[in-house]
Structure formats: structure tokens, C-alpha cells
Design a protein around this ligand. Structure first.
Ligand code: ADP
Length: 580
């Protein structure tokens, strides 16, 4: 039953782009395909369903009705939004609210096709799936039961890809997968090349899982062993530098594959007693154990400016509310498998992050690629990390710690107890940032004015409001200028704009790859899970530049890195000017 909308509820004030996106995919539809709720009803449905979980906990200081109104106000202020599946499915029959899942793929037909089925069910509900294919025996290995030969990880990935393609026809949004292979798997070279043809494995992002011994072998210029996972037999050796170079070359050509530092991810695994982390979700920001899922949420920093700094009081208030919200989502969600329900409810991971960071910097007059910008990033994320842990501790007092707490690293370090095994993740906020009308995640703006393709080729035109306000204040606003900016995206080379504005209003392409990466590292320092970030490179960047970025990511303590060289693929998600 849809929640009854109270008559005195404020109406959300949505921008045009948000209205289009909500109408297309988020509003509940009747059998005739027409919406059966409006935007107010949508946010109330979510607030009401999530706040209703409070009744499970007698120790709660909140009345569910009062909390529902508080959650509603929080969302329609756009200071916080939960990930898309929560907006789509909370309070509905489907009821699956998490964005991120990792499903294990075992080395048998049964296990492989179970994983295909589980992924299909998750995609149907709007969630994304990550898989490690590292346990599959390499191509041409013998299959004991048939006497035939195995087809190997890459060929099975094609089956997952095709299944995703079919499910997306009827689902809430196109499915997204992450495919991971360890660098010491015998099929690694085929995997690194598996997306070289345009359109191949189009529903997958792929990443190579690099290990510490491999990185050391690169450093020393040594060979390393390839190991068949099913027999633990050595299947030959490769030169680590040559493999690293191939990775770099493919990333230079197409952006794929990315890399993740597997041992580092496992060093931060809060529950190593439960097993190893082998994969992340599709966009890489959420490492998870097999059968684990995580729900994310993002705070909008663009709305948290006060004077010439951050409104810390308000940031603290919204962080605490957001943690309560996300912890409730865990129980409000219906998962497609009992194994997932069990895992999720025993670790209770949540991923609170931020969006609108570039907008905040614009308002404060701080360049993204400056020491001050990095310092602010660290200060904000340190604060959110500390407050989210305090909130999780408070919830542990009210509701008990996460069931695996005693087996976690927190217990052995005598921290907590906490309600959640992790609290922070920086998501891409691809759709959330459109709804909130802010810059996405911790990314710089792609362009000060641009056309955005969203969902099925629809085009939305946007201009950054802080930029418009600043050029007006500097009295250099003119139709000619805005046309020029829309065509170029950046103002770096528009010399009649004052120098100080050009310094502050930098876009992704104006920023050096090193500065992109330093920002990723600054946020990572205070984030439990990982940071979604693209390191943009100009078209003329060399393979050497990518090698340096990969190495720097390793040295700066990042958990992975994704690079994108401008113009290296024909279909970009975001385009400037006429190319849109
Ligand atoms: P949103 O803004 O829609 O909440 P994000 O862009 O922040 O989503 O992505 C967060 C995570 O949500 C991704 O890493 C992935 O796990 C999942 N996700 C995003 N887009 C899709 C999609 N089209 N299909 C399935 N899962 C998705």
C-alpha cells in the first residue's frame, strides 16, 4: 500500500532535469505505463518506508512519524539522497534498495549459471553486480566430468554480458557489471584485451586485480608466476613490466581495463575472518565480500557552505541522520537471495559519501587543483568519517553492533562497538547529482556548460549556476561569452575573463592528471571503502603518462584507478559543445 501523503507536506522544488529523470524511471507506474505517484509522493514513500524501520528498535529516540518527516525534509532539501534503487523501490513490492552487489563465480557449470541468474535478478531491481572470474579454470584446461576442455573466464563473461543485455530491456535501468581477474591468472592477457573491439562486453567495466608481489616484480623488472586457480599448478611466467605495459597501452587506447590494488583492499577488509574481498561493484567504489551488498548515500556539499567555509554544524547533523537512514535501509531492503540477506545483515556495511564538491569549491573561490582544495577535501572527509563513526557507535548502543563485530578488526583494536562494518564510500552519483542539481561526486566539472546524455540517448543542457553568478558579479556576462563557453566547455583560454575566475572555474580537462589523482588520494585517506574518480587525460597524453599515473596511484595509497584519455572512445557519456 502506498503511504498516505500528509496534506501539509512541503512540495519538492525540482529543477527541470530532475523532473525529466524522475518521470522517466523513478516515479511508480501503473499497468498502462502512466505514473501513479508524483514527486512529493515518491519522496514520502521513501521517507516513510525507511523511517518505519525505527519501530524495530525500542531504544530509539525517534518516533517513526517524526523521523519520516525529517528524512523527507532532508531529501527534498537535496542535502542528502540515497542511491537510486532506494528511491525507486523503497515502500514498493520489489523493495530491493541496494546499488552494489558482489556475487562469487565458482569453477563449475552450476556455480557459473547460478551467478548469471543471481545477477539477472539483481539487475532487474536496479542494482549493479561485481564478479571476480579468478576462480575459473583457464581456457583449454581439462574438464574432468566430460573429458572436454574449459572455455575460460573471458568466454563466460560474454554469457553474463548477454544476459545483462536482455534483462535491461525490462528492468528499471540498464544493468552494470564489474569483471575482475587476478593478474596471476593464466588467461590474464586475453582478459586485458577483451574489450579492445568497440562494443565488446559493453555491459562490463573490467579491472585487473594487481597484487603486491606483482607490483614488486614490476619495480624490479622480474618475471612472475601464472597459477591455475583450480589446481594451483604453475602455468608459466610472464614479465611483470610487459604485462603492466600492456595494461597501460589498453587503458590508453580505450580506458579499459582499470586496475585495483587487491592486497591493499584486503588490508582494509574490516572482517578478514569472513574471507577475502575479491571484487568491487561496477564503478569500483565499493569492495565487497562474496554475497555482500551495500547501500550508498551522498551528502550534497554544494548546499553546505557557510560564510567563507563549511557549515560544520549542519554537516554533522545531516551525517548523523544519513547514517541512521542508511542503517534502516539495510533492514527495509528485500534481497534477491537468502545468502545475501544473511551477509548484509551480519556486516551491515553502508557507504556515505559526498557530491557537489566542485560546486562548493566554486562558491568558496578555491581552485580544485590547489593545495587549499586538497586540504579542504581532507578536512571534510575526515569530519564525515569521524561523525559517521560516532553515529554508527550511537546506533550500536541503541540497536546493538553489527553481528560480526566481535570477529572484526574493530574489536581487536578495541574500537567501537559500531553498528556498521563500514560507513563511508564515495559514489559517482551519476543520477543523484542530476536530481540534486550539483556537480557529481568529488569530480571537477566536466564543462561549465554542456549537453548531457542521460538514459536512452535523451539530451539535457546544463550551465553551472555558480559560474553564471560569478561572471555576472565580475560584470563580464554576455551572450557571446556564454556561447563561447558552451562550445569550449572551459574558460582557460578565454583571455577577457579575469585571471582569478579562470583559476577557480577549472574543468576536468584543465586539471593535470596528477591533480586529479591527488584529489582521489585526499578523499581516500578518510574513506573506509573506495573513491569513484576518473583521472582525465588530454587526447595527446602518452602511454608513459598513464604508466606514471598508475604508479603514482599505487604510491599515494589509492585502491584502484580509472583513467580516461579524451576522445579515445567514440561514445562518451558526457560531451562538450557540438560533439554532444
Ligand atoms: P546513482 O546516482 O544512480 O545512485 P551512482 O552513479 O552513484 O548511482 O552509482 C553507484 C553504484 O550504483 C554503481 O557503482 C553501481 O554499483 C550501481 N549502478 C549505477 N548505475 C547502474 C546501472 N545502470 N545499473 C545497475 N547498477 C548501477
Amino acid at each position: 500500500m502506498p503511504a498516505h501523503v500528509p496534506a501539509d507536506l512541503p512540495v519538492p522544488d525540482l529543477n527541470q532535469n530532475a523532473k525529466v529523470v524522475l518521470a522517466k524511471r523513478y516515479l511508480r507506474k501503473g499497468p498502462d505505463g502512466k505514473p501513479v505517484e508524483d514527486e512529493q509522493a515518491l519522496f514520502w514513500r521513501v521517507a516513510h518506508a525507511v523511517a518505519a524501520e525505527e519501530t524495530r528498535h525500542p531504544g530509539s529516540p525517534w518516533q517513526p512519524d517524526e523521523l519520516a518527516r525529517t528524512f523527507y525534509d532532508l531529501m527534498i532539501s537535496f542535502k542528502f539522497l540515497p542511491n537510486s534503487p532506494t528511491l525507486m523501490n523503497a515502500g514498493t513490492e520489489l523493495g530491493q534498495l541496494a546499488a552494489c552487489f558482489v556475487i562469487p563465480v565458482g569453477d563449475s557449470m552450476d556455480e557459473i549459471f547460478d551467478a548469471v541468474k543471481h545477477a539477472a535478478l539483481i539487475h532487474k531491481s536496479g542494482g549493479g553486480t561485481g564478479f571476480s572470474f579468478s576462480r575459473l579454470r583457464p581456457v583449454n584446461s581439462r574438464v574432468g566430468s566430460t573429458g572436454g576442455v574449459a572455455s575460460g573466464p573471458v568466454s563466460f563473461m560474454r554469457i553474463f554480458n548477454t544476459a545483462t543485455e536482455q534483462v535491461k530491456q525490462g528492468g528499471t535501468r540498464r544493468g552494470a557489471n564489474m569483471g575482475i581477474l587476478r593478474v596471476d591468472h593464466p588467461d590474464i592477457l586475453e582478459f586485458i584485451r577483451c574489450k579492445e573491439r568497440e562494443g565488446e562486453l559493453n555491459n562490463f567495466n573490467i579491472s585487473v586485480a594487481l597484487t603486491e608481489p606483482f607490483m614488486q616484480a614490476v619495480e624490479q623488472g622480474e618475471d612472475y608466476d601464472l597459477v591455475a586457480p583450480h589446481s594451483r599448478e604453475s602455468k608459466g611466467r610472464l614479465n611483470a613490466r610487459e604485462v603492466f605495459q600492456l595494461l597501460v597501452q589498453k587503458a590508453w587506447e580505450s580506458g579499459d581495463p582499470g586496475i585495483i590494488f587487491l592486497d591493499r583492499i584486503n588490508r582494509d577488509n574490516p572482517t578478514p575472518a569472513l574471507g577475502e574481498i575479491e571484487s568491487t561493484n561496477p564503478c569500483g567504489e565499493q569492495p565487497l565480500l562474496p554475497y555482500e551488498a551495500c547501500n550508498l548515500g551522498s551528502l550534497n556539499l554544494a548546499l553546505l557552505k557557510s560564510g567563507d567555509g563549511v557549515d560544520w554544524e549542519e554537516l554533522k547533523r545531516v551525517t548523523h541522520l544519513a547514517v541512521r537512514f542508511l542503517d534502516n535501509v539495510i533492514d527495509a531492503s528485500v534481497y534477491p537471495l537468502d545468502r545475501i540477506t544473511e551477509m548484509v545483515r551480519s556486516n551491515r556495511k553502508i557507504g556515505l559519501g559526498v557530491m557537489g564538491f566542485a560546486d562548493l569549491l566554486f562558491q568558496l573561490g578555491i581552485p580544485y587543483d590547489s593545495r587549499e582544495g586538497l586540504k579542504l577535501a581532507e578536512k571534510i572527509m575526515d569530519f564525515i568519517q569521524t561523525e559517521s563513526k560516532a553515529a554508527s557507535k550511537q546506533l550500536a548502543q541503541e540497536r546493538g553492533p553489527f553481528p560480526n563485530f566481535e570477529a572484526s578488526v574493530y574489536a581487536s583494536r578495541q574500537q567501537g562497538p559500531f553498528r556498521n562494518a563500514t560507513t563511508t564510500t564515495i559514489a559517482p552519483t551519476g543520477t543523484l547529482s542530476i536530481l540534486a542539481g550539483c556537480s557529481s561526486g568529488v569530480e571537477p566539472l566536466f564543462a561549465l556548460s554542456f549537453a548531457r546524455h542521460v538514459m536512452d540517448g535523451e539530451k539535457l543542457v546544463e550551465s553551472n549556476p555558480h559560474f553564471e553568478a560569478a561572471v555576472k558579479a565580475a560584470q563580464c556576462h554576455s551572450p557571446r561569452l556564454m556561447e563561447e563557453v558552451a562550445a569550449k566547455g572551459s574558460i582557460a583560454h578565454i583571455d577577457y575573463i579575469p585571471e582569478d575566475l579562470r583559476r577557480v572555474f577549472v574543468t576536468a580537462m584543465d586539471i593535470t592528471p596528477e591533480s586529479h589523482l591527488k584529489m582521489q588520494a585526499a578523499f581516500q585517506k578518510f574513506t573506509d571503502n573506495a573513491v569513484s574518480k576518473t583521472v582525465n587525460l588530454p587526447n595527446e597524453a602518452t602511454q608513459d603518462d598513464i604508466w606514471k599515473i598508475y604508479w603514482m596511484a599505487y604510491e599515494l595509497g589509492c585502491k584502484g584507478v580509472t583513467v580516461y584519455r579524451d576522445g579515445c572512445k567514440t561514445a562518451q557519456v558526457l560531451c562538450t559543445g557540438d560533439g554532444a
